[in-house]
Ligand binder design. Sequence first.
Ligand SMILES: [Zn+2]
Length: 354
Amino acid sequence: MDRLPSEPEPFRYDTEVEPGERRQIRCEIGESYLGDPVEIPITIINGKHPGKTVFFSAAIHGDELNGVKVVQEIADRYSPGEIHGTIVCLHVCNVPAYEAQQRYTPIYDQDMNRSFPGRARSNTTERMANQIYRRFVAPCDLGVDFHTSTRNRTTIYHARADLTNPAVERLARAFATNVVLYGEGDEGSLRSVATADGTTTVTIEMGRAHRFQPVLIEKALEGVESVLAEYELLPGEPVHWPGWYKTTAADSTKRWLRADIGGLVEMEWGPYPLVHEGEAICTISDHFKTEEHTVTAPFDGLIVGSLENPVAAPGHPLCHLVRLDEGTLAEIEQEIAAGDFDGYRAHGDAWVDD
Ligand SMILES: [Zn+2]
């Protein structure tokens, strides 16, 4: 949506945040069993200068914490004096899930990221989603929603975006992840609903639940700065370029390699998230160690997601593999040789950990 004002304007929700003002609020979006207000922390930085309005949101899934740290840093880092436009920081969207440190809203296990735009007269999660969406997302021109993998798995740092939409592609490019998985997104997800309504939105997936992973958080903050530069909220700052860039369809279920037998899983890939056709990805053994089954790479690929819980039953996802063309493969191999992947290796957990 292109609606660049020539004069700075107040950000309006129930009240107004004036240009040049940073406001930290707790906004009521529901009530607990005790009848107490459920309030989400929000920071609004309305720049002195006119420009676009962009939201950054975290913890729509309550145990996904990397984004919470990213949003805290964004809210602290930028001042109204330097910003051209408005930044809306939704620090923790699903408060009941966050308090329980679990993915879904504890009440009926509802998924807030399938509940947008929500409705005022629907279930608990849709009501909360509706409050957030109507008051803070819909007024924005663009947005970035931070997620991590679900527990017991991890994911490579990547964006999810509908690259058939040029406005979304621009945003995904500006965030400058190496990998973008494309697709419209699931029904009711913040990214798909907001984008369809004209608030161009991408999702950033980063690492694991229940952790702060400083390397990923730092990369995401660079991505944020790059987005602010691209859309001239921070005019004069450079837009980043990720180096190599790989896009692939987010039709992820088919690309998860799954276990065919039950047993103990030991990952063999690493330390880099790159496997060549025929290389071992993991072994699955029975408890007597009489049988060992090796799972090999069906093609040259990048491991973008991997099982962390080391036991599997038939059908369990083991790893999410993205096929690489020769050019991208060569670029990644060059970066590995140059040591560019080495920062990810510290805790023996290739690529994703700090
Ligand atoms: Zn999530």
